[in-house]
Design a protein around this ligand. Structure first.
Ligand SMILES: [Zn+2]
Length: 79
């Protein structure tokens, strides 16, 4: 289990577990550089119940374009 102090919001969407993108709180995200330029990200991502943090596909795309050294994170999301 990864250590973490901050807990991201979760909710059920159509009966499936979802978590808000970690860039909803850039201060806690190591991918804050990929957050939307106009403010915190508000994307919800379907994930497992034990997922600690997720990065939405929009932020993943931004991070890929901004960082040549992007490392995939431990996340689970489905389109
Ligand atoms: Zn995002």
């Amino acid at each position: 289990m990864a250590k973490q102090n901050f807990t991201y919001k979760t909710k059920q969407i159509d009966g499936r577990h979802a978590m808000i993108c970690m860039n909803s709180n850039p201060a806690e995200s190591k991918y804050a550089y990929a957050a939307p330029s106009d403010g915190p990200c508000e994307e919800w991502v379907f994930c497992g119940n034990d997922t600690a943090k997720v990065l939405c596909s929009s932020c993943v795309q931004r991070s890929l374009s901004k960082s040549p050294n992007f490392e995939p994170i431990e996340k689970t999301y489905e389109d």
